[in-house]
Design a protein around this ligand. Structure first.
Ligand code: LMR
Length: 398
């Protein structure tokens, strides 16, 4: 069986990290995978996380299994961060949450649930979208199609094309939307556009599946969820896959969630019982550590405040790097207008570099950028910014 297999192609994003690690050049720069780095090039363990871990080490009494959907405390925290503690969805008990291994786990559990209960549905993803999205849904056996999103000519959202396409999506299909910090473009919907999308979902009868992996990295924790709230105001049902990889820096702890919102408490309970069945046959129940860290922080007023400040510091650094990057290119006489980079939100900048330019940067300069031109702005530091701007200025002259 194994002898007949040739190598699978490397992953579009994680494969770059592997190639970067193998690269012997001292000046190499990894702007591929969406992982935050501080100005020293380190992906830190947040101070709030360290303290929570110390407390857990001292107090944890068991390593016994969690329940299939995770602990009740974690679920409550996830829902309160998604909707706000006073939201009607929570008061009316219309949401149910499963702790999943990362946001990816949440997406895949949702995909498996859909295959079981809406197997003929097509999942619609934005053009472009996170490189892993189509694979997650098609691996579950669902058809995947795309709707227009980003207009490369204006470096902005093509909302007219998007909404026109969403008006043609058949009832019962699924539309995948990024709540904030769209990956890879950094271009988000306005609140009015969210309301419009919600109205079209209701008119047409398709169901939104929201990917919410960057809460707090756009404007702030509260602002970043407003699109989700607008949508939930309109639609009776939706899925949300969320992640604490980025905003708690818990990447390797695989700490995410799948939340479903139904029309009633009883519909939510019934649907969630099937989500639990889905989980049981994939990984049985979630890993505990990351969820305990999140709950420990959010349950303690001082730790929570520290964490909120740490998220704000991450966001502020990314914003300032965007400015320095645009300035660095302008200083090198690059005449293309890159000011749009400062308008994009979150970790990524959709640079407009072509695939040939991306290949040139990797091969000739040891600079790793995702195909399509997505740059992880959070990987730019005062140490590598000059090398990066020189290299981009160079490639643009070619
Ligand atoms: C990314 O888009 O780089 C991150 O979401 C990490 C990943 O798993 O691809």
């Amino acid at each position: 069986m194994f002898a007949d297999l040739s190598m699978a192609p490397p992953d579009a994003i994680l494969g770059l990290t592997e190639a970067y690690k193998q690269d012997p050049r001292a000046s190499k720069i990894n702007l591929g995978v969406g992982v935050y780095q501080d100005d020293q090039g380190v992906t830190p363990v947040l101070g709030s996380v360290k303290t929570a871990e110390e407390r857990l080490l001292a107090s944890e009494k068991t390593k016994s299994y969690l329940s299939i959907g995770g602990s009740p405390e974690y679920k409550t925290h996830v829902q309160q961060l998604l909707f706000g503690a006073d939201h009607a969805v929570i008061a009316e008990s219309r949401a149910r949450t499963a702790h999943t291994p990362g946001g990816t786990g949440g997406l895949r559990v949702g995909a498996e649930f859909l295959k079981q209960h809406a197997g003929s549905a097509t999942v619609w993803t934005s053009t472009p979208t996170w490189a892993n999205h189509p694979g997650i849904f098609s691996a579950a056996g669902l058809a995947v199609k795309s709707y227009p999103y980003y207009d490369a000519a204006t470096q902005s959202l093509d909302f007219d094309a998007m909404i026109a396409a969403l008006r043609t999506v058949p009832a019962g299909d699924i539309v995948l939307l990024h709540v904030c910090c769209h990956n890879p473009t950094g271009v988000d919907l306005t609140m009015d556009q969210w309301s419009e999308v919600g109205r079209v979902a209701v008119e047409r009868g398709w169901i939104p599946f929201l990917d919410f992996a960057y809460q707090g990295l756009g404007d702030d924790l509260e602002q970043d969820r407003q699109g989700l709230l607008r949508l939930v105001d309109e639609v009776p049902e939706c899925f949300v896959a969320s992640s604490f990889s980025k905003n708690f820096g818990l990447y390797r702890e695989r700490t995410g969630a799948l939340t479903l919102v139904a029309e009633t408490d009883s519909a939510a309970a019934a649907a969630f019982s099937h989500v639990e069945k889905t989980i049981r046959v994939i990984y049985s129940n979630p890993p505990a550590h990351g969820g305990l860290v999140v709950s420990t922080i959010l349950d303690d007023a001082a730790l929570r405040q520290q964490w909120e400040q740490e998220v704000a510091d991450i966001r502020t650094r990314i914003k300032s790097v965007r400015g320095l990057f645009v300035q660095g290119l302008a200083q090198r006489g690059v005449d293309r207008d890159f000011s749009f980079i400062e308008r994009q939100k979150g970790m990524f900048s959709f640079s407009g570099l072509s695939d040939d330019q991306v290949s040139f940067l990797r091969e000739e300069k040891g600079i790793y950028i995702v195909k399509g031109g997505r740059i992880n702005v959070a990987g730019i530091t005062s140490k590598n910014i000059d090398v990066l701007c020189d290299a981009i200025a160079d490639v643009l002259k070619k």
